[in-house]
Write a new protein. Structure first.
Length: 318
């Protein structure tokens, strides 16, 4: 079973220290659950003066959804969790303390979604921004992403509604078919979706490999993707990875026979770093319709054999 993703954008930035030590309550990543109908949001920290209780209120839109309360431990520590139902609902939360019979709201967060998450990686067909001069006007509050597709991952580190193509260095960009995929998920399944596109045009599979000495190496494609996922607190609960790459490997007869080995290594490393040994991968078949495929049919045949080899040996690759 997969955990749903809780997509968080804090609109009301009223974050105050919850203890004189400077300790802050914080939203933590959701806990995995076998209940596909509900998922969990967790709040934890320290509050040394909250002698009576702390509380967490959840609202679905403007309506109360749930309320959880608890008494801090002797050391002031606390942990509260509440179930959220996945779907096209905007949640907001209030966290506070109760002392001397008086309730005080300490933290607020709004515009929270609970839905699914997918990763897109590969080369130019996965980048998918070469589609003409005009940028589509379509946007959706239910399709979100984090960060930027530029080579400088630290250039933008925020959440926002995804766009087909960004004019700001890849900010919040997921590509043309990434947006279409998100739109179809929202329309067909009535589910919010998080998409993160880590593709880079003109790349070979060896260029997507992990730096074993520094997995978050921001000079590497793998490192930037992992860095964004970790900063977004979304290294859990990902539904699947969509891989669209192979043309550049096809151009080199020496590389083609090693394609399965390289992609298998990438699959294993990313599953391990995301803590998801059963994470599904969806492979896009390299096309023979494009000019590269037509001019390199012999190499294309080898590359497709390599793709078929992976499909035959790993049932989680489709």
């Amino acid at each position: 079973m997969f955990s749903r993703i809780i997509i968080i954008i804090v609109l009301s930035a009223q974050l105050t220290a919850c203890a004189q030590t400077g300790n802050k309550s914080q939203l933590k990543e959701p806990v995995k659950t076998n209940n596909m109908k509900l998922d969990t949001i967790v709040l934890g920290g320290g509050c040394f003066w909250c002698t009576e209780a702390v509380f967490l209120r959840v609202f679905a839109g403007d309506k109360p959804f749930s309320e959880i309360s608890g008494k801090p431990g002797a050391d002031g520590s606390y942990s509260l969790s509440a179930k959220l139902k996945p779907g096209l609902v905007q949640y907001r939360i209030e966290f506070g303390s109760k002392s001397g019979g008086v309730e005080t709201v300490l933290h607020k967060a709004a515009n929270l979604l609970c839905g699914d998450a997918y990763i897109i990686i590969g080369q130019s067909n996965a980048v998918a921004t070469d589609f003409g001069k005009e940028d589509p006007a379509f946007r959706s509050e239910w399709i979100r992403t984090f960060g930027t597709m530029s080579g400088n991952a630290k250039e933008f580190t925020g959440w926002g509604d995804a766009v087909h193509r960004s004019r700001e260095g890849g900010k919040l960009q997921v590509g043309y078919w990434g947006m279409e995929l998100g739109k179809r998920i929202v329309e067909s399944h009535k589910m919010p979706v998080f998409l993160i596109n880590g593709a880079v045009g003109g790349t070979r599979v060896d260029q997507h490999q992990r730096n074993e000495a520094d997995p978050e190496d921001l000079t590497t494609i793998y490192g930037r993707l992992l860095w964004r996922l970790r900063r977004a607190k979304l290294t859990h609960g990902v539904r699947g990875i969509i891989w669209h790459q192979g043309e550049n490997d096809m151009l080199d007869r020496a590389l083609c026979p090693r394609y399965a080995e390289g992609l298998d290594a990438l699959v294993g490393r990313l599953r391990a770093d995301l803590g998801a040994p059963e994470l599904k991968w969806y492979l896009a078949e390299v096309s023979e319709k494009g000019i590269w495929g037509m001019d390199n049919r012999a190499n294309l045949a080898i590359l497709r054999q390599q793709q078929d080899q992976l499909l035959a040996t790993d049932p989680l690759i489709q």
